[in-house]
Design a binder for this molecule. Structure first.
Ligand SMILES: [Zn+2]
Length: 489
């Protein structure tokens, strides 16, 4: 069954206006206690599906560990919120929307109150549309994408079935040793040529571990793991939701499907919190924070060779242990209200100047003569031309969710660490954090200053949005957070 795309478009247009729930009818009832339920849906693709983390996709030959949509539903008696974290590189807006529409229709949780994000595991198949470099807000879903949307909705439904009285606690812990800014200033005269044939950029992404030409990183890291945990009052754990600003770890077996460190971490937390034979089991999840410019490579030292999965296990287990040890002494509460805001912003697709378009045409025309060296330029030549044809404005989904005094803000981009740090600093909620790659996928979103510096994340086709996008997103997130704050008082 194919979703009616026109209908999707029409309903999405309505959602451009801030979607909020009318105040519920239970005026005289005492505040209901919090309930929570959690479940996981397997979303592993069939073997043979393309693995999409790198530049050129290749068919999956082995499933190392199953991929999941990890689902958590919270209910304060009047309002429900659903949080879903999927083992995917990301989800196209249409895929997330299809899932959110199922949930709205079947479970009466408004789509504004549903967050669907991707972890950014690079060893999953594509849920970004027929070509992730096609720049459109709406696409027709593939069989796998329809399957993912269905499995997300089923997971949320099962979490609803499992709703039970709960108490919640918020915490955070720093894990600075696993996060490194991957954008570096290099010594004068050592910048290699970019795919556009220029070597006047100031910053290089992934300059190579132990590179003698490194000067300093071009931005900060965010070492914080933010989390909240739910348990039956005084009893079994239900779920732990966390976010950490680490792109992914990688180092999987050849042509393997894997959930990367996000999967190992979740299992480790579930082992720590779960009771032997516990039914229903604990569900842990690790959303991606703001890691567009952050990875797991310490560039100051040469990188030692490791066995497949060795490094991701190390990171996952260490972060899980840190989170586990931060659980002691948390403050628990069960009288918690919920609220959410969702908007779609009119952000412009990146403008392609005529001379760049001309470069793209020339590059394509000359490709056969250049041979192997033309792979990267040719890839960007295609992206640049498709970007030039995109409708002027996107419908960029942003969201803010309030769980008691916790605020989660979301972006649909590979968001820079400094954006996450800024939101935490400026949010009216002390307990705030950002989840990226939520409700859509729109490429990298550097802050404006990075466009002066250059590098991979700023190239047209890697970055698909206007340079002011991160400012517009920040304004919208802060505005929604302020609304949530005002509505709660
Ligand atoms: Zn990425």
């Amino acid at each position: 069954m194919k979703p009616n795309l026109r209908l999707l478009a029409a309903t999405a247009a309505v959602a451009v206006v801030t979607a909020t729930l009318p105040p519920a009818a239970a005026q005289d009832a005492p505040p209901a206690a919090l309930r929570a339920g959690a479940a996981t849906s397997v979303i592993t693709p069939p073997l043979g599906e393309p693995i999409v983390g790198g530049f050129t996709p290749f068919p999956a030959e082995h499933i190392h560990d199953e991929l999941h949509a990890r689902c958590l539903v919270l209910d304060d008696g009047e309002t429900k919120i659903a949080l879903v974290v999927c083992d995917l590189l990301g989800l196209h807006r249409s895929v997330a929307l299809a899932a959110r529409e199922h949930i709205e229709r079947e479970l009466s949780i408004p789509r504004s109150h549903v967050m669907v994000s991707g972890t950014h595991t690079h060893s999953a198949t594509v849920a970004l549309g027929p070509n992730p470099r096609v720049f459109a807000d709406e696409i027709e879903l593939s069989d796998y994408e329809r399957f993912v949307a269905r499995r997300i909705a089923d997971g949320v439904r099962r979490a609803v079935n499992l709703l039970r009285p709960a108490e919640i606690a918020f915490g955070h812990v720093d894990a600075p040793e696993h996060v490194f800014n991957r954008r570096w200033f290099l010594k004068e005269g050592t910048m290699p040529e970019n795919p556009f044939g220029r070597s006047d950029e100031k910053v290089k992404m992934n300059p190579g571990a132990g590179n003698p030409n490194l000067v300093e990183p071009a931005g900060p890291t965010d070492p914080r793991v933010s989390f909240f945990v739910l348990r039956e009052p005084g009893g079994d754990f239900i779920s732990l939701f966390s976010a950490y600003s680490l792109h992914y770890v990688g180092g999987v077996g050849r042509a393997h499907v894997s959930a990367d460190y996000f999967g190992y971490y979740s299992k480790a937390i579930e082992r720590q919190l779960g009771r032997e034979g516990q039914d229903p089991p604990v569900v842990a999840m690790m959303a991606n924070g703001t890691s567009g410019d952050i990875n797991n490579i310490n560039f100051l030292e040469p990188r030692p060779r490791k066995e497949p999965y060795e490094q991701m296990k190390h990171v996952a287990h260490d972060v899980a242990e840190k989170v586990g040890s931060a659980l002691e002494g948390l403050e628990w509460s069960s009288e918690v209200s919920l609220d959410a805001r969702y908007r779609e912003l009119d952000v412009k697709w990146r403008h392609i100047p005529e001379e760049l378009l001309e470069w793209a045409r020339q590059t394509e025309a000359n490709a056969p003569r250049i041979g192997d060296k033309s792979v990267l330029p040719l890839s960007y030549a295609g992206r640049v031309q498709r970007l030039a044809q995109a409708t002027p404005e996107t419908k960029l989904p942003v969201q803010a969710l309030r769980i008691g005094d916790i605020c989660i803000a979301t972006t649909p981009c590979e968001t820079f660490a400094e954006t996450g740090l800024e939101f935490r600093e400026r949010s009216p909620f002390e307990k705030s954090f950002v989840v990226e790659l939520a409700n859509g996928y729109y490429g990298y979103m550097p802050t404006p200053r990075h466009f002066e510096l250059g590098g991979y994340e700023t190239w047209p086709g890697t970055n698909n949005l206007e340079p002011e996008a991160s400012v517009k997103v920040m304004d919208a997130l802060l505005e929604m957070a302020a609304e949530l704050k005002a509505a709660a008082e």
